[in-house]
Design a protein around this ligand. Sequence first.
Ligand code: ADP
Ligand code: MG
Length: 257
Amino acid sequence: MDKLKVSGLTYGYDARTVVENIDIEVGEGEFVGIVGPNGSGKSTILKCIYGGMTPKTGEVYIDGTNIREIKPKKRATMLAAVGQENTIPFNFTVREIVSMGRTPHKRLFEPDNERDRAIVDEAMDKLGISALAERSYMNLSGGEKQRVIIARAFAQETELLVMDEPTNHLDINYQLQIFETLKASGLTVLAAIHDLNLAAMFCDRIYVLSGKQVYASGKTDDVLNRELIREVFHVKGAVERHPLTGKNNIIFIPNIQ
Ligand code: ADP
Ligand code: MG
């Protein structure tokens, strides 16, 4: 059974359809990417999975159960989300925000116990934000905020993570570190990924969005080739297996050289 399944999803804003008849399947332990040009509908699909946006048609299933039938608190024990924009309305400290990841596992107003604190500490440690624990979230840099939100998702201890360009604000060190941590965790991940080389490095499979639909999908190495990069992203690229990483590496070739 798939850990996550999106079936025949169509969504539009007002009368304008932005994604049409999307099917996505993520097996247990898989690391799956969604790539596509700006505005191709990556965030829209992810918000239909985690953000409470109801598709016009289509269904989303977690562990075989339609998410419409899963109460929000239960859903938060099954799926953790890292959105593209994460506005935190009040002035919380970093530790308070990461601790919010524990909420779905607890009764209302139940204080954090030792185990909760250990999980929160470990999540902050993994994301390199332990030193920021008592700082106010509001005053952090974009990259620091991003790491706090990812730590909160880790603290949620779900088997499934759905992430919208999770490393966008981060420098290369944290980009690699977070993807490596995710990969090593064995968690099931569906992530919109802007950077094709990061996708090539870490994704078992990818879905490429273009023209409102899944333009191509499959094993990352099979899908992300020169022709597809030209057709979908309208740039010249060369794809080579890199001897140091053993992964495909995409070189983009500007028209003016
Ligand atoms: P991506 O994440 O791939 O860049 P999005 O899913 O954010 O794409 O956007 C897909 C399309 O839907 C874009 O044309 C975008 O302008 C439009 N869109 C996104 N959010 C809204 C909204 N709240 N209202 C109207 N149009 C939207
Ligand atoms: Mg987006």
